[in-house]
Design a protein around this ligand. Structure first.
Ligand SMILES: [Zn+2]
Length: 139
């Protein structure tokens, strides 16, 4: 009995079984990783140098920080970007709370996870605002 269901970004209908997936674009993630590394090099104060006590970063600096890459959900047929270099999770492999926890633990081992909006995805499950929502059929 599934607890959760993926909602397709294109047709807004639930994704049943193996008819679609949750995915993130690896190329975009790699770009965000590289940009973040560049940003960190530019903004890291060399070790041993005393902090001046002021603000470390200006607002404009933070604005430069690479944005989180969005996880997306699509039916195979609705995916506008089928050739993307995707990291994907088939819908029926992430339709229970236990599976969501397992995926989260697994993804936390990846150095790129915090460059994606997985945190937003988790927060949205309860409120029904994310791509992954609580199953309406569950009694
Ligand atoms: Zn769809």
């Amino acid at each position: 009995m599934p607890d959760l269901q993926l909602i397709c970004d294109t047709c807004k209908k639930p994704i049943e079984g193996a008819s679609g997936y949750l995915w993130v674009d690896n190329d975009k993630v790699n770009t965000a990783l590289a940009d973040a590394a560049k940003w960190n090099r530019k903004h890291t104060i060399p070790e041993g140098e005393p902090l001046a006590g002021g603000q470390l970063f200006s607002g404009a600096d933070l604005f430069d920080y690479p944005e989180a890459i969005q996880w997306q959900a699509h039916h195979h047929a609705c995916d506008p970007n089928q050739d993307a270099n995707a990291y994907s999770i088939q819908a029926n492999r992430i339709d229970t709370w236990a599976e969501l926890l397992d995926w989260t633990a697994h993804l936390m081992e990846k150095d790129w996870l915090n460059h994606t909006d997985w945190d937003e995805l988790l927060r949205g499950v309860h409120g029904g605002t994310a791509r992954l929502v609580i199953c309406k059929e569950t009694a």
